[in-house]
Every structure is written in structure tokens, then in C-alpha cells.
Design a protein around this ligand. Structure first.
Ligand code: UD1
Ligand code: CA
Length: 428
């Protein structure tokens, strides 16, 4: 059987207290809506995302990554609420899985059990110590009667700690029949998807319940819940990587975004941040280093180094307080205190402490090209555009403003003079 998926992502998310629409808040480097659509894509090829608040922005993020997801705009003026969201969708298949757009930890594996239950409506529940904010599952002598929203719940109902997780499976023809019956007779004057449960029970339709894990189905409504969800996803990402052979020193202190890839044998020491689509292969990242959208192979980085986007390191050693940006280093040593930006540096070359590529003149950026076996003395400024050919040397303290030919030494310093007896005269 084929399943349609509808992701409700039209809400404003006022509890986030943010200008950014809720589903565009990021977790481990990617928007919440990205994570959920990625998982949905594994189980369905008819996916609809329902948007409304800042719809163009949300639509763009979705379409940038998911060309086959159809994006529809909710008629929020006439039909606000999650019931209004589902009304806006037009799923193709007989079975429709509906997901809240604010549950970024949900996995395709955790959704599969829904697809095997035969009922007009399947709802998901879990039990919480603190159920506040969630819809409560109201039962009467063990049989479920309805879901009541937090804002509509009586004092007694608020004490119920079995809550609606926010994932539903519907028969398409049930939706066609019952969606027109939804009302907005509640505290928020909204059309609630949850009213469908009460309507189904009253009409003697088959309603089933699935117990799900809070850890996977938890919703994000505030920035506090956002950080909680991110922490959980971090745990997931890191334990997967360790299972695949990455060594992590104190993993709780390491942050790794979801798109990062590790190959071969890698080691990440404590306090590291690995962002974006970084690829790290057979390398060691020492403590407290930051890597973003970089490619690192057979290299060691840090401690306390910063490898910025579009950097490629092969067989290279980067030491402490070295920043590299948009540069390719192949068989290079840069052990201490340097800025290497918009540079290409070839094998056997040593970059002395305090070397700076002056890549920006205030208007434009320029390249520094350094060949093989070059020795760059400490405290060198390389004013780009500039080219240092193979087998050459730069004396410490040199400001390089013109190209250096192969085999030569470049030196630019004021000549030193020593004034005898100066100290005594000065401090007398
Ligand atoms: C909802 C459920 C609640 C459940 C909880 C689980 C309703 C009425 N309540 O509450 O029973 O316990 O999820 O997390 O459904 N949305 C739209 N259009 C709208 C309003 C919301 O698409 O007009 C989207 C939101 O973007 C969000 C999702 O629906 O992704 C849920 O909305 P939210 O306001 O977070 O509902 P909750 O109050 O958390
Ligand atoms: Ca929610």
C-alpha cells in the first residue's frame, strides 16, 4: 500500500519568541522542517508541506532540498489551526500520515509501525511527567473519548499525563467525510485536527492508539525545547559515528552537525565543533578546534585551530591558533599562529609562526600561491596577489609584495643597528 504524508508547518510558533518561523529554526545545522521531510522522504513519494506564516521563506527552504515535496498554503484566514492545515492538503493515496512540523527528532523507522495498523484513525500518545502544553487523551472507563487541548482543558483534565504526540494516520475517505464537520468552538477559535478523534468515536469509526517514545516524538515549541531536541540529536549523531569507528574524547563536549561525514579512522578530541558538510577522512582534530564546511584528509588539526569553509587539507599539519579559509594545503606544516586565506600551498612547505596572507585590500580578495618546499620564516606578511615559487625561502619578518622566483631568498627588513650604552642613558 502507498502512503501520503502531510507535514503541518503553517503555524507561527509564537512561543518561540522569534522573527524566524518555527520550522526554520535549526537543529544540528539544519532546519527542523528539513529533518522531518528527510525522514518522510524515506517512506513516501507523495509528501505535502502545509505553510502559511512567512510562506515564501519556508517554501524556499523546502524546495531547495526537496524538489518533489509539494508545498501548499493554508487558508489561514478562514481555517486557522491544525484542522485547517490538513484541509489545505490534497493527498493522493488511501492512507495519509500526518506529522506536526515541529518534531525534528522523528525517524522513518519510528513512523513505520503506524503504517501497519488498520483503522480509520490512528493517533500516537506518550506519558509525560509534565504534560503541560500538550493535548490530553481523555478516557472514560479505559475507552478513549477525545483529545482536549491544554487551553481548553478543565482542572481535572489538565492532570491527565497521557498526551497526544501529534502524529496521525487517517484513511483518506475518512478525512474527506469528516474534515467538513470540524468546528472552531474552542478557546483559540481554531479548527483542531484533534477534534477528528472525537468525531470518529461518536460515529463508531475505528480509532487506534499507538504508544510512542517521547524522546523521538517530542515537540519543539520554545527555545528551551529547541536546545533539548538538539542535545538529543547530538547524542544520536555522535553515537552513530562512534559505532562507525570514530574515536571521541569526552563526546558530551563535542558538537557535530548532521551533514558532517567521517571516513576511515578519525579521532575528535574534546571541545571540537564540526559544522556544515565537512568531510573528515583518516584525520585527528585536536581539542577545541572548529571545522566548518571543510575537507580534511590524512591531516592533524589543532588544538585550538579554526578551519573555515572551502578549505581542503591533504597530508597537512595545522597547529594551534591557525585559521585557514578557502585554501588548499597539500603536504604542508603550519604549526602556530597564522592566517591562511585564499591560498594554495604545495607539499614540503613550512609556514612559520605568525605568517599572514594579506588577502583583502579593503575592496577585493586576492590569492596567494606558494609552491613546493618553500620555507616561510616567522612573522611574514604575504600581500596578495602574490606567488612564491618552488624551493625558495622568505626571511623572518619579511613583507612580501612581489613574486619570489624559484631558488631565491626574499628578505625585506630595516637594517638593525645597536646603540651602545643607550639603556643607562635612558633610565638614569
Ligand atoms: C498540537 C496538538 C496537541 C499535541 C501537540 C503535540 C492540535 C490542536 N494540538 O499542539 O494535541 O499534543 O501538537 O506536539 O493539533 N500548524 C499549522 N497550521 C496552523 C496551526 C499549526 O500548520 O494553523 C502546524 C504548526 O506549524 C506545527 C503543528 O501544526 O508544526 C502543531 O502546531 P502547534 O501550534 O505546535 O500545536 P500544539 O499546541 O503543540
Ligand atoms: Ca507543537
Amino acid at each position: 500500500m502507498k502512503y501520503s504524508v502531510v507535514v503541518m508547518a503553517a503555524g507561527k510558533g509564537s512561543r518561540m519568541k522569534s522573527e524566524t518561523p518555527k520550522v526554520l529554526h535549526k537543529i544540528c545545522g539544519k532546519e527542523m522542517i528539513y529533518h522531518i521531510l528527510k525522514e518522510a522522504s524515506k517512506i513516501s513519494d507523495d509528501i505535502t508541506a502545509v505553510v502559511y506564516h512567512q510562506s515564501q521563506k519556508v517554501k524556499k527552504v523546502i524546495e531547495d532540498s526537496f524538489s518533489t515535496v509539494s508545498v501548499v498554503v493554508q487558508d489561514h484566514d478562514n481555517f486557522p489551526g491544525t484542522g485547517g492545515a490538513i484541509k489545505a492538503s490534497n493527498p493522493k493515496n488511501e492512507k495519509v500520515l500526518v506529522l506536526n512540523g515541529d518534531m525534528p527528532l522523528v525517524t522513518s523507522e519510528a513512523l513505520k509501525p503506524f503504517l501497519n495498523i488498520e483503522a480509520d484513525v490512528v493517533i500516537s500518545t506518550f506519558v509525560l511527567k509534565d504534560p503541560s502544553g500538550y493535548g490530553r487523551v481523555v478516557t472514560d472507563n479505559k475507552t478513549v473519548k477525545k483529545i482536549v487541548e491544554d487551553k481548553d482543558a478543565s482542572i481535572e483534565e489538565k492532570k491527565i499525563n497521557r498526551v497526544n504526540a501529534g502524529v496521525y494516520l487517517f484513511n483518506k475517505n475518512f478525512l474527506d467525510e469528516f474534515l467538513p464537520l470540524l468546528s472552531n468552538n474552542n478557546a483559540q477559535k481554531e479548527f483542531y485536527i484533534t477534534e477528528l478523534i472525537e468525531l470518529a468515536i461518536k460515529a463508531d469509526r475505528k480509532v487506534s492508539f499507538l504508544d510512542v517514545s517521547e524522546e523521538i516524538f517530542v515537540g519543539v515549541n520554545s527555545k528551551k525545547e529547541l536546545s533539548f531536541a538538539e542535545e538529543n540529536m547530538q547524542k544520536r549523531i555522535k553515537s552513530q559515528l562512534m559505532e562507525n569507528g570514530v574515536i571521541m574524547r569526552l563526546p558530551d563536549t563535542i558538537y557535530i552537525e548532521s551533514q558532517a561525514v567521517f571516513e576511515g579512522e578519525c579521532e575528535i578530541e574534546s571541545g571540537c565543533v564540526i559544522k556544515g558538510s565537512s568531510v573528515i577522512k583518516n584525520s585527528v582534530i585536536h581539542a577545541n578546534s572548529v571545522v566548518e564546511d571543510a575537507y580534511i584528509e590524512n591531516s592533524s588539526v589543532g588544538p585550538l585551530a579554526r578551519i573555515r569553509p572551502k578549505t581542503k587539507l591533504y597530508d597537512t599539519h595545522i597547529g594551534n591558533f591557525v585559521e585557514v579559509k578557502n585554501s588548499t594545503l597539500n603536504g604542508v606544516k603550519a604549526g602556530h599562529l597564522s592566517y591562511l586565506g585564499d591560498a594554495e600551498i604545495d607539499s614540503g612547505t613550512n609556514i612559520g609562526a605568525g605568517t599572514i596572507t594579506c588577502n583583502y585590500d579593503g575592496k577585493n580578495k586576492y590569492k596567494t600561491i606558494i609552491g613546493k618546499n618553500v620555507f616561510i620564516g616567522s612573522d611574514t606578511q604575504l600581500v596578495a596577489p602574490v606567488k612564491i615559487e618552488d624551493n625558495s625561502m622568505i626571511a623572518a619578518g619579511t613583507t612580501v609584495t612581489s613574486d619570489v622566483e624559484s631558488g631565491s631568498l626574499a628578505i625585506s627588513r630595516t637594517k638593525q643597528k645597536n646603540i651602545a650604552g643607550f639603556f643607562a642613558k635612558f633610565f638614569k
